[in-house]
Write a protein that binds this ligand. Sequence first.
Ligand SMILES: [Zn+2]
Length: 148
Amino acid sequence: MGFLSAKLYVILRQKRSTVQTFQWACGVPIAWGKCYTTESLSQVYELMDDIWKDHPEDQPGFLFYDDACNLVCHMVTSHPESLWLHSTRFIVDAFHYVTHRATDAVCHLWCNPSPIDGSQPDLLISQVNEAREVILQCAYNSEAAEQL
Ligand SMILES: [Zn+2]
């Protein structure tokens, strides 16, 4: 099961295009693609589809993306038969999740990077702090793409 982090990078010399990178949570980049004019959810979806079109069996189990909840909504409405909806859990990275609305049911239920209801045990690890309290932490670096 792979954990991916995706990030949009702006190329300053080409003001009308951006580069979307994909890398493993450990920080190793695996692919990139160019978005023209501005990043749109359809462009991000097309990049993902293009990158994994020849080996869909290798689509990651989890993909961190700052706008994951809207990407899921885009796929459900525009690509309801997409394999991505079955192969991958789209998670908002921890940094951006704090700006997402708690009342957004799709975001809170499906894209939460730290679900404490036990629904995604692969995302969290428990640790004991100095006060001997058990705390849950993200098991993966969802900010890898921010650090490239
Ligand atoms: Zn959201």
